[in-house]
Design a protein around this ligand. Structure first.
Ligand SMILES: Nc1ncnc2c1ncn2[C@@H]1O[C@H](COP(=O)(O)OP(=O)(O)O)[C@@H](O)[C@H]1O
Ligand SMILES: [Mg+2]
Length: 254
């Protein structure tokens, strides 16, 4: 299997606190993986390091065999590393479609003016086609003209994922995509992930293991900044250290 992204001794310290400690994390192309771990165990910080929002204190990151440790976030998006953005930056007075296109434009290399963009027919056609395809993937094609403020919480989450999917990433990092959703909405997001993973390598952070064991092929467990266990979901769930970390010493053996 071809390695897509890998970290080597990756460490991030905030003042005295080590949020990510000597992490060697690897994802192969086409593999759907999950990262689980208690609150504060460093999962989001790891994504921030992978996507370039934080520079590591120590260690290195490679993507498709190339060192990207010092590569800026926008350049990582251009290489194919996509992560979801919180909807705070979405304009609630605009429609789903307008938000998608605007967000996509922000990441077009060298695109400094919206006006100029609309005169470049070829690029405009490509961006609009990418956005239309992404809306289909996340099941929002029927709601393209709806205002974002009319969307349910689950549909807003779908739009967040649609925005990053429209950038056609090779690697899609989803940070707790199921958090705060109803069971029905969770099923929709899980179905969408199952559909999209044929085209893109997906890594999902999730707090509750039960929600993603059926979706992922590999699981990694973080605890206090360290990667304490990796393997198939079955292997991980039977690991005594993981069981103790999640369920305490009385956690039943497999
Ligand atoms: N920007 C930051 N500045 C200072 N401390 C941070 C920052 N981001 C995260 N941390 C700390 O790093 C630790 C890991 O946090 P985080 O990666 O968000 O954990 P998780 O996503 O697993 O819940 C926590 O103790 C958190 O308070
Ligand atoms: Mg987090």
């Amino acid at each position: 299997m071809t390695e897509l992204i890998a970290t080597h001794g990756l460490t991030k310290r905030f003042n005295g606190l080590t949020a990510v400690h000597q992490v060697d994390f690897r994802v192969n192309a086409g593999q759907t993986s999950g990262i689980i771990g208690p609150n504060g165990s460093g999962k989001t910080t790891l994504f921030n390091l992978l996507s370039g929002y934080f520079a590591p204190t120590e260690g290195a990151i490679s993507f498709q065999g190339r060192d990207i440790t010092r590569t800026q976030p926008h350049a990582r998006v251009a290489l194919g590393i996509g992560r979801t953005f919180q909807l705070v930056s979405v304009f609630t007075s605009l429609t789903v479609w307008e938000n998608l296109v605007l967000a996509n434009l922000r990441f077009q290399p060298g695109e400094t003016s919206l006006g100029r963009f609309f005169f470049r027919t070829a690029r405009r056609a490509r961006v609009l086609a990418d956005c239309a395809r992404a809306l289909e993937w996340v099941g929002l094609a029927d709601q393209a003209g709806a205002g974002v403020d009319e969307l349910s919480y689950g549909d807003k989450r779908m739009l967040e994922i649609g925005i990053v999917a429209s950038l056609k990433p090779r690697l899609l990092l989803l940070d707790e995509p199921l958090a705060g959703l109803s069971d029905h909405e969770i099923n929709r997001v899980v179905e969408m992930i199952e559909g999209i993973r044929k085209r893109v390598t997906v890594v999902i952070i999730e707090h509750k293991i039960s929600k993603i064991v059926d979706v992922v092929e590999r699981l990694s467990v973080m605890n206090e900044g360290r990667l304490i266990c990796e393997g198939t979901p079955e292997e991980v769930l039977c690991n005594p250290q993981v069981r103790e970390c999640y369920w305490g010493k009385e956690g039943e053996a497999c």
